[in-house]
Design a binder for this molecule. Structure first.
Ligand code: XIL
Length: 331
């Protein structure tokens, strides 16, 4: 009998994002992954940069590997993501600069081929990721926005829905749990889409949070988002200690070691988060909670922001932290 893990304590899926190469080459990590999670997201392997790194060169191999893993171990495969400025390959940007019409047809072809190929296999997609600025609610001036205007967002959802009418389609972003202006900007397009029949089915809160983001602030945002009636996915959960502003430009680092007290407080914060999710989001809208990496050893936070931190459920030696037990208590 397989030992029980997080997934066995709840009705909604518990997921983790993970680097597929690392997962495939690490038996211990795999064991823990299978034990705890019934949903899987690729940290990078399903992004545009990985799928079509150069022109006409679609690369499905890694996606097929992830899909096979997900199917073999009864996990839901979550597609992250279709359109994201940060993973738009250089060759796409260069071509789009010269020819906006081309970008339009490329977006359609890309989404149609990709979503169509994995129709019925990838349960859900982050269709558009981070279309708004980090703070404040203005549209992010990406190549997509600059060349196609804001309608690219609705178009992306339409193309994805045509390719797989059963896939659950999300808009995904960060800081919406703490920045009311940004939250409102996102909710405005969600309401517009609903009114116009644009096939959006869910909101993804990345939920890359810090210990000092007030629970009440998060609760307020979840409540407003849940009121749309859409699926709510906590899609990239981690909790850092450092007072870092979540942009690559950086912020202030204030912790360089983790104490037992900090570990305990983090456990409480994880517990509170899952309790809020369960209390505020109606059951039928609970699409699940996904962690962005589940070990401090593999967390993206350290490399990406160049800070020392301990945001995950498991520590550097793949041992469960108070974060793990706190989260589990909240389930
Ligand atoms: C991150 C990956 O984890 C890193 O390995 C990569 O260098 C950059 O992207 N928001 C998202 C994710 O939507 O795709 C990002 O993933 C983390 C922030």
């Amino acid at each position: 009998k397989v030992a029980e893990g997080l997934k066995d304590y709840t009705t909604f899926p518990i997921g983790t994002a993970i680097n597929i190469k690392i997962l495939m080459n690490d038996a211990e990590l795999q064991k823990t992954q299978k034990q705890n999670f019934n949903s899987i997201t690729a940290t990078n392997d399903m992004k545009m940069q990985s799928i079509i790194p150069t022109e006409n060169n679609y690369n499905w191999k890694t996606v097929d590997t992830i899909l096979n893993y997900a199917e073999t171990h009864n996990q839901r495969l979550f597609g992250h993501n279709l359109i994201w400025h940060s993973s738009t390959p250089e060759w796409v940007i260069a071509k789009a600069e010269k020819d906006s019409l081309w970008l339009d047809s490329f977006m359609k072809e890309y989404i149609t081929r990709y979503v169509g190929r994995y129709k019925g296999k990838v349960a859900a997609w982050d269709v558009v990721n981070e279309a708004f600025e980090s703070k404040g609610g203005a549209y992010r001036e990406t190549i997509w926005y600059n060349k196609l205007g804001k309608r690219y967002i609705a178009d992306a959802f339409r193309y994805a829905h045509e390719a797989d009418p059963d896939a659950v389609l999300f808009y995904n972003d960060f800081n919406i749990e703490r920045d009311t202006l940004k939250l409102n900007a996102m909710l405005k397009i969600v309401e517009e889409f609903k009114a116009e029949g644009v096939p959006i089915s869910g909101i993804g809160f990345q939920m890359h949070i810090r210990m000092d983001i007030p629970d009440e602030t998060i609760a307020y945002a979840l409540k407003k988002a849940a009121a749309t009636g859409l699926q709510i996915h906590l899609s990239e959960v981690d909790i850092i200690f450092n007072k870092h502003d979540d942009t690559k430009e950086g912020g202030v680092e204030t912790y360089s070691t983790i104490t037992d007290e900090m570990k305990k407080a983090q456990g409480e914060k994880y517990k509170k988060l899952v309790l809020m999710y369960r209390e505020i989001v109606p059951k039928k809208q609970q699409y699940g909670i996904t962690f962005w990496d589940f070990t401090d050893r593999d967390t993206w936070i350290r490399g990406f922001f160049n800070i020392q931190d301990w945001p995950s459920l498991y520590d550097d030696n793949l041992q469960p932290k108070p974060a793990y037990f706190g989260f589990k208590e909240g389930l």
